[in-house]
Design a protein around this ligand. Sequence first.
Ligand SMILES: C[S@@+](CC[C@H](N)C(=O)[O-])C[C@H]1O[C@@H](n2cnc3c(N)ncnc32)[C@H](O)[C@@H]1O
Length: 296
Amino acid sequence: MNKTPIDRLHDYLVRAKNLYDRDSELQKRYSSADSEEFLRFIDTEGVIYFQELSDASFPFPPWTEMLTVGGETDIRKFLSIGYACFNSVFRCITPDNRKRKILDFGVGCARTMRFFYRYLDKFECYGCDVDKKSIEYLNKSMPFIDAYSSNTLPKLKYHDDFFDIIFCISVFTHFNKDLFETWMGEMYRIMKKGGIFIFSLHGTTAYNIISRESDRRRMIGINDEEFEKSKIKYKEEGFIWVPQPVGSSDIDTKTFGINFLDETRIKEIIPDCFEIIDYKKGELGGWQDLVVVRKK
Ligand SMILES: C[S@@+](CC[C@H](N)C(=O)[O-])C[C@H]1O[C@@H](n2cnc3c(N)ncnc32)[C@H](O)[C@@H]1O
């Protein structure tokens, strides 16, 4: 019989606690089986190295899907980056006793959302993405996420005012200006009034790095000439977009490349139907910024 996500979670947590109770090395390193450090360890490393944990956890995504979301195929990096993103997002969410609906827009193979698994009593989890293979993986292997494969352009299937929280890591960072504005409008439509939208951007931190480091440009596939040409636009408009290679054939590369913006002009870029609550520079790995806005 198939286990429910709650049964699986219970099983996983019992195994983690048993592991802690019988391993004196772990007891020396972590203050208790419930400590945040130990939970982080089992979700990002223990789950790879201890068979008893990986058996009770969700199957890892195929390498092709890891490549699409992060540009690499190392499961350890995949989990540690995902955990860092989750932690950054989670810290922006004010605790509440109500169970809330949360969407990961551009969920991919749930590098970030997989860590919401522990909080199923607090969140109803939804995800959408244009990459069909990622959605197939989620529907088969991570049933706690209500996931579906969406289109390059709105509308999403959700009705107006549906979500309490939306988050979005490394997705708006890739849209050209038109798509950026179009999807901002759609996020607004599907959020409840007062709902929170948390998303990452490439601000001046990333722009300065990419301007300085030609190796970095090469590594992420930015063409030097295109980038050079766009610099004037950056000064004038505070927003540039250049093409970038992608891993999935479901992604439209005419509109999905990489953008950089000047966060000192953020109020011109974010529609004023949103109130900007927080702007965390370099929050994600000293590269992407994290913005928190509220639907007015
Ligand atoms: C860099 S990956 C990030 C994935 C995930 N948010 C994470 O942090 O692991 C960008 C994701 O955006 C998805 N994507 C691209 N265009 C999209 C669109 N118009 N609507 C929804 N998802 C899109 C891609 O398929 C890909 O999974």
